[in-house]
Design a binder for this molecule. Structure first.
Ligand code: ADP
Ligand code: ADP
Length: 235
């Protein structure tokens, strides 16, 4: 059984005259434990598709089924809870600027009142440990490199112990060496924590290095899907 199933999901944005379709009836299955890449040119609809998986964008039609539950059918409150199993990271990291690394990672736990006190601190330390930033707990994001910022964002996404990590161009703001290190972290999270990883990228090298399956998007549609064997793209 697929962990994520999209059924004929469509999304258009408001245009000047007519709606502009960004995703046109995409159906897709992502298996539990997979590292799944979504690749394609700028404007192909990759980011919209990713945001449809956690309902950051609400589909105009179609169903989004995660772990057997149709997210499009949930109440606001139930959706808020379901979303905690879908962590997300971004190209520009989206960290809180004026608080410490610790508080950035603690933020979702405080918002959702998941944990407090020592249990919260222990969870935060654990997540910082996973991304190799245990020693940066008291730093502010302005003091961090791009790679370190993305590690903090990953730790924050992991704080709620998600089943899925949605990654939107997570290495596009990073140099080659830092990219490699972040891909190592994502691979490690997939292997050790059994987190299913979905990654949007325009870089074929990222898909090659990391993914086991890939979908190619063009003009709002998935035009090709492939399994990647032994780091060889077999399209
Ligand atoms: P990609 O991630 O592949 O670059 P996007 O999903 O960001 O593609 O965009 C797909 C299409 O939807 C593009 O034409 C883009 O301009 C448009 N689009 C994306 N986000 C919005 C938005 N918030 N409002 C209006 N149009 C948008
Ligand atoms: P609560 O809202 O549950 O009272 P607190 O703000 O008191 O939470 O902090 C919870 C725990 O996190 C405490 O044990 C505190 O010492 C620890 N903590 C807070 N900030 C940091 C930090 N920058 N580094 C390490 N531990 C921290």
């Amino acid at each position: 059984e697929a962990l994520i199933r999209l059924e004929q999901v469509a999304k258009a944005y408001a245009g000047q005259d007519a709606p502009l379709p960004a995703v046109r009836g995409v159906s897709l299955e992502i298996a539990r434990g997979d590292i799944f890449g979504i690749i394609g040119k700028s404007g192909a609809g990759k980011s919209t598709l990713l945001r449809l998986i956690n309902l950051l964008e609400r589909p105009d039609s179609g169903r989004v089924i995660v772990d057997g539950r149709d997210l499009t059918a949930l109440s606001k409150r139930a959706l808020r809870t379901a979303r905690q199993s879908l962590g997300m990271i971004f190209q520009q990291f989206n960290l809180l600027q004026n608080v410490t690394v610790f508080e950035n990672v603690a933020f979702p736990l405080r918002v959702h009142r998941t944990l407090r006190g020592e249990a919260l601190a222990a969870r935060v330390r654990e997540c910082l440990d996973i991304v190799g930033l245990a020693d940066k707990s008291a730093s502010y994001s302005a003091q961090l490199s791009g790679g370190q910022k993305q590690r903090v964002a990953i730790a924050r996404a992991l704080a709620s112990q998600p089943a899925v990590l949605l990654c939107d161009e997570p290495t596009s703001a990073l140099d080659t060496e830092t990219t490699r290190a972040i891909l190592d972290v994502l691979r490690d999270i997939n292997r050790r924590l059994s987190v299913t990883v979905v990654i949007v990228t325009h870089e074929l090298s990222v898909v090659r290095a990391l993914c086991r399956h890939v979908a190619v998007m063009e003009d709002g549609s998935v035009v090709e899907q492939a399994r990647i064997d032994g780091h060889q793209l077999a399209l």
